[in-house]
Design a protein around this ligand. Structure first.
Ligand code: UDP
Length: 494
């Protein structure tokens, strides 16, 4: 069976930080000849339109499959089709219930569609795909959106009963059995939280673990040279094939491709950001963004703005999650007037992050340490100012600062997320002075600063190399993944 006969059904979690890398992975697979059905829902299809256009322009066999999202059946408001559209904490459970309800319509669609699919790649957070693959007799692979470092730490912690012990949420615990390259360190239940360690989500967590254990293999968005010790140990601990094939954002080489990620494909705004960066000194600009979900409260937003203003360097600040209230709107308008276009660019709405981070003028990135953002910082050779907000981001911060040596902490110790019961209720977590000093330290020309920049440049080179056809580890791993999928498909169908 050749690669052109592979028809992969790709099922991302309906959240930007999962849809974007799985769409990139789909493009990479399609570029090697596989047919792709990328499963989504009407609202999310709008955000995947950019990717569909990239595929169409390059003649790649990638198709968006839109299934209606059963909001009403699960008691969700209409349009609540993505994690960033969940307005209240109590709607998380119905949201994940309605994801389960996609299984039956998907099975009907796949049975009706000739020629049928050959295998499934489903996000770790879509464990119901086990049922679809089982009924259709298809091999099923899990796509892990987080870092391998996070996966290994949390797997080891789980095996030592950390998550079910009566330990209090802030009690320190040493992560067991880590490889030498990582060292020893402590976490708490708040800083080593997995995606479903939320009150009321334990059924989903068990389902996720079961689906992972039964999977035919695991695809990772990382590359071997970035976290080699973790990949080795994780492969051993998982007891199955593991293919690091990232950074998958490496598929996109031009502005249009980079700007297509997570948006409807209208990239005029992205050209605007690129234009703003043109002619600025190499490595002089700071980019500030906290991903697609984390919300910045008004008072916190003011502190960030004042800190950036005091720093006196050019910056781009994505403030799309600023609270929708009059005080926030007024403050932002006054801030923009004060700053003027020359010094700083404020982006409201979706920022073309991959375009910005890959521009030579950008030298620092104040980030929430989402795994995609971390990889994009590495690929762009940009030093990180780390401000984790929730779940895997605290461990990603540890990886970036302590293991890889490419980041400076802003100094947060606990999750500050409006949906978390012990989290931020509107107070200031990081003051303006801490914002300013952390950014200054990251942009600093001294010995330590130079070393961080050297490291991130080196890792950026490794990232590029990993994706190259000639000897790239991720390039080869994707090939061996496809060969394995072909072999399993042939076995199942004989
Ligand atoms: N992103 C973007 N523009 C934005 C916000 C986010 O392009 O305004 C992209 C970012 O480049 C990354 C993804 O959305 O690819 C966010 O994923 P990440 O894992 O960093 O964080 P999450 O949003 O899941 O918290």
């Amino acid at each position: 069976m050749d690669k052109a006969k592979l028809h992969l059904v790709v099922i991302p979690l309906l959240a930007q930080g999962h849809m974007i890398p799985m769409a990139d992975l789909s493009l990479l697979l399609a570029a090697r000849g596989a047919r792709i059905s990328l499963i989504t829902t009407p609202l999310n299809a709008i955000r995947l339109r950019g990717v569909a256009n990239v595929a169409a322009d390059s003649g790649l066999p990638l198709r968006l499959v839109e299934l209606p999202f059963p909001c009403a059946d699960a008691g969700l408001p209409v349009g609540c089709e993505n994690v960033d559209r969940i307005p209240r904490e109590d709607l998380f459970t119905p949201f994940f219930k309605s994801l389960n309800l996609l299984a039956e319509p998907l099975k009907r669609y796949l049975r009706a569609e000739p020629p049928g699919p050959t295998c499934i790649i489903a996000d770790q957070c879509m464990p119901w795909a086990i049922d679809v693959a089982g009924d259709l007799g298809l091999p099923r692979f899990v796509f892990q959106a987080p870092s391998c470092f996070f996966l290994l730490c949390t797997l080891n912690l789980a095996r030592h009963n950390f998550y079910h012990s009566a330990t209090n949420w802030r009690e320190p615990f040493t992560v067991p059995e880590l490889p030498d390259g990582v060292g020893r360190f402590q976490v708490t239940k708040l800083t080593a939280q997995r995606f479903f360690d939320w009150p009321g989500q334990d059924v989903v967590q068990r389902h996720v673990e079961k689906a992972e254990a039964a999977a035919d293999g695991i695809v990772l968005n990382t590359f071997e040279a970035l976290e080699p010790w973790c990949v080795q140990d994780y492969r051993r601990a998982a007891g199955k094939e593991v293919w690091p094939v990232g950074p998958v954002s490496g598929f996109h080489k031009d502005l249009a491709g980079k700007a297509s990620r997570g948006s409807d494909g209208d990239y005029i705004y992205a050209s605007g950001a690129a234009k703003w960066l043109e002619g600025r000194m190499q490595g002089s600009v700071v980019f500030v963004s906290f991903g697609s979900i984390s919300l910045t409260r008004t008072r916190q937003m003011v502190e960030i703005g004042e800190g950036l203003e005091a720093m006196g360097r050019p910056f781009i600040w994505a403030v799309k999650q600023a609270e929708e209230n009059e005080e926030a709107r007024n403050w932002l308008s006054e801030f923009e007037e004060r700053i003027t276009e020359r010094r700083g660019l404020v982006i409201r709405g979706w920022a073309p992050q991959a375009v910005i981070l890959s521009h030579a003028a950008v030298g620092g990135f104040m980030t929430h340490c989402g795994w995609n953002s971390t990889l994009e910082a590495v690929a762009g050779r940009v030093v990180m100012v780390t401000w984790p907000h929730l779940v895997d981001q605290f461990l990603n911060e540890r990886l970036a600062v302590d293991v890889l040596g490419i980041g400076v902490r802003v100094g947060v110790r606990w999750p500050a997320f409006h949906q978390w019961p012990e989290g931020d209720q509107g107070e200031v977590v990081v003051g303006r002075e801490a914002v300013r000093t952390a950014v200054e330290k990251a942009m600093d020309g001294g010995k330590e600063g130079e070393e961080r920049r050297r490291r991130v440049r080196e890792l950026g080179d490794f990232a590029e190399k990993a994706m190259e056809e000639e000897g790239g580890s991720s390039f080869q791993n994707l090939n061996s993944f496809m060969e394995h999928a072909i072999k399993l498909t042939a076995q199942r169908s004989s």
